[in-house]
Design a protein around this ligand. Structure first.
Ligand SMILES: Cc1cc2nc3c(=O)[nH]c(=O)nc-3n(C[C@H](O)[C@H](O)[C@H](O)COP(=O)(O)O)c2cc1C
Length: 218
């Protein structure tokens, strides 16, 4: 199939070694961050925070978070250009949703008379509440929508990336306590440009299950 979208999705791949001398431009980074902000989420809740790790100091802390596990992802941290932590809110309150509704009114998407009706959508959140009164399963799911959006945006920008679920969310909570503050992080994304010689994944053929195995038109 020939289509620009299919070309993007065929060309993108998970980088396994980065060239530390090539950094993502501020212009491209701004496009990625705007794409993240524009991501869709259930009831437009946006129960996320995208923490952009850029400075050497923050990269060192991220590097340190691999002290106990998932060391295979650690080399990316100092070699890549940036790392994005996809953080999801632990407890998504009615007040959090009020902020979304207020924004919706300010953006002329919703009229103030519909505020009460809109607030009713919060029942979606309540139905996913766990025994501790938290909503992590639901908020975490939303961050993966932003992740998918990021992967396609990066493909279009010809920026390489490595999705990392192999991160230590407990250590991250301690090391980035100030930044996470009420959020947790289960998935991160390294971005940058691959090493021409040593990235064993570069140039590999794409491998996916056949259409008949995953698409069922009924
Ligand atoms: C949610 C998620 C978590 C992943 N975690 C890791 C990871 O921790 N380390 C890694 O090297 N790759 C990780 N990957 C990359 C996948 O292995 C990769 O996307 C998959 O094999 C398909 O290959 P492709 O991305 O090159 O098309 C992850 C991908 C996703 C979507």
């Amino acid at each position: 199939m020939t289509h620009a979208i299919i070309e993007d999705l065929t060309q993108r791949y998970t980088a396994k070694k980065y060239n530390p001398s090539k950094k993502v431009s501020p212009e491209d980074l701004a496009v990625l961050l705007e794409a993240l902000r524009l991501s869709a989420s259930s009831i437009n809740s946006q129960p996320w925070k995208f923490i952009v790790i850029e400075s050497d100091e923050a990269k060192q802390r991220m590097h340190d978070s691999f002290a106990e596990k998932f060391q295979f992802n650690q080399p990316h941290i100092k070699a890549c250009s940036h790392i994005i932590l996809f953080a999801n809110k632990i407890c998504y309150t009615k007040q959090d949703y009020d902020v979304v509704i207020n924004q919706s009114i300010a953006d002329n998407r919703m009229s103030p008379e519909n505020r009460a009706m809109a607030a009713g959508a919060y029942s979606f959140v309540e139905s996913s509440q766990d025994a501790q009164g938290n909503h992590t399963e639901w908020t975490r799911a939303q961050t993966y929508i932003a992740l998918g959006n990021a992967l396609h945006t990066l493909a279009r920008l010809k920026i390489d990336s490595t999705t990392m679920e192999g991160i230590d969310n407990k250590l991250l909570k301690e090391i980035f306590a100030q930044e996470l503050d009420g959020y947790e992080c289960h998935v991160a994304l390294a971005i940058g440009y691959h090493d021409d010689k040593d990235d064993y994944n570069f140039g590999q053929p794409k491998s996916r299950l056949a259409k008949e195995q995953v698409i069922h038109v009924i």
